[in-house]
Design a protein around this ligand. Structure first.
Ligand code: IMO
Ligand code: MG
Length: 423
């Protein structure tokens, strides 16, 4: 059976949690591969409503092994809180495993994230302030602490001391807690986490050998990728499909399917100034935000809303090699008389920009070119097949396929697990 990757095709918040929860019913393993608690994956199923930040969205299936892969940065406090919350709601985390190579977010990473944002001034990114930039900087700088370091307490405390002193140099008085205080706290968290930590890549190799179903759950989205996204307004991990291999230990040749999750329109959340070519005029954007509850699952910030950008989606399809698309929130577009889809850009002077000239870090300089598609009214209550959808909605999906050049195989028509069409 294939190994499948689920990747956000836009700026995050595409509905990956729902898609992973839906697909994981048939999965033996679900692995989170990148990012950290900056992610907010909303899942609504028979157990209730959940906003997962670190635990893979496969956790609701009692037969699935859920793995926090080596590509993820873990905040022990947030992870323990999430496990506790799941347990309280009757979801067992017995099948949860954490890679020994996953990096740990330490209290000073959060302080540094805040400080760096302040220092950027007008160029602030609008990070989630979860310590993501600093923890991944320490990872590639080779100063980081990893979950596996917990195993030897003496070595752990030495590494932590080095990291603490480095942070003290940068933060001075802002680092207000003592080393002993932090060490005590982290070691108490270790007690609860240790039993989950293991070399998860070995488990996955065995799973591949036994032809198990594996799903790799990406966080964030293609346009937030540290290399191919809208740099520097991006996150600090690899969010494209190639990162799923690196973030799990599964060889690239074992990945068979890459599903791109596409919200039927576009949203972006950050400091509020980042380029967003297809942003809707304020009135339409606010109305859609209220209707679709477009507020961040992690920070609660209002998301900016825009029309579907099929030009950027084509880029996402190329860089990820999408084999199919899952289109989410189609229901939220009901009620528009007309919809716009961006299929290309022009320069401010009106000169067409070819696909080869598209630069994701120069989106401030472009103007979108739209086609208009007819809208539809509310969907019938119980849509079970494609032909139950209004013909305008089918046409809209057809346009996505035509412009992005990838077939649409999943369509989400609402927040519940069952509100999904497979075509
Ligand atoms: P999911 O997995 C949407 C955005 C932040 C900010 C930028 C950098 O739920 O789709 P960071 O804290 O990562 O340094 O912030 O990236 N961002 C997200 N936006 N969904 C996410 O995750 C995001 N994770 C980070 O808002 O603009
Ligand atoms: Mg989010």
């Amino acid at each position: 059976m294939p190994t499948t990757v689920v990747i956000g095709a836009q700026w995050g918040d595409e509905g990956k949690g729902k898609v992973v929860d839906y697909l994981s019913q048939k999965m033996d393993f679900v692995v989170r591969v990148n990012g950290g608690p900056n992610a907010g994956h909303t899942v609504i199923n028979e157990y209730g409503e959940f906003k997962l930040h670190l635990v893979p969205a496969g956790i609701f299936n009692s037969k699935t092994i859920s793995i926090v892969g080596n590509g993820v940065a873990i905040d022990p406090k947030i992870l323990l809180g999430e496990i506790d919350d799941l347990n309280k709601k009757g979801i067992s985390c017995q099948n949860l495993k954490i890679s020994d190579k996953a990096h740990l977010i330490l209290p000073w990473h959060i302080l540094l994230d805040e400080l760096q944002e302040k220092e950027r001034g007008a160029n602030e990114i609008g990070t989630t302030k979860r310590g993501i930039g600093p923890v991944f900087s320490d990872k590639v700088g080779r100063f980081g602490l990893r979950a596996g370091d917990f195993i030897n307490e003496k070595e752990f405390s030495e590494k932590l001391f080095f990291s603490f002193n480095q942070a003290k140099n940068l933060l001075g008085e802002k680092l207000s807690f003592s080393f002993d205080e932090i060490l005590r706290k982290i070691l108490s968290q270790k007690t609860y986490l240790l039993s989950y930590i293991t070399q998860t890549e070995f488990i996955l190799w065995e799973a591949i050998a036994r032809k198990k179903n594996i799903l790799l759950e990406g966080a964030q989205g293609t346009l937030l990728d540290v290399d191919f996204g809208t740099y520097p307004d991006v996150t600090s991990s690899t969010c494209v499909a190639a990162g799923a291999s690196q973030g799990s230990g599964i060889p690239p040749k074992e990945i068979n399917e890459v599903i791109g999750v596409v919200k039927a329109y576009t949203t972006r959340v950050g400091a509020g100034e980042q380029p967003f070519p297809t942003e809707m005029p304020k009135e339409i954007s606010s109305a859609l935000r209220e209707k679709a509850n477009e507020y961040g699952a992690t920070t609660g910030r209002p998301r900016r809303c825009g029309w579907l950008d099929a030009f950027l989606l084509k880029y996402a399809a190329k860089i990820n090699g999408f084999t199919s698309l899952a289109v989410t929130r189609l229901d939220s577009l009901s009620g528009f008389e007309k919809l716009k889809i961006c299929f290309g850009y022009r320069t401010k002077e009106g000169k067409p920009i070819s696909f080869e000239q598209l630069s994701t870090s120069r989106l401030k300089e472009v103007q979108p070119v739209y086609l208009e598609a007819p809208g539809w009214q509310e969907f019938p209550k119980d849509c079970k097949k494609l032909s139950d959808l209004p013909k305008e909605a089918r046409k809209y999906l057809g346009k996505i396929k035509e412009l992005v050049e990838v077939p649409v195989r999943l369509i989400s028509l609402g927040p519940e697990r069952e509100q999904m069409l497979r075509v």
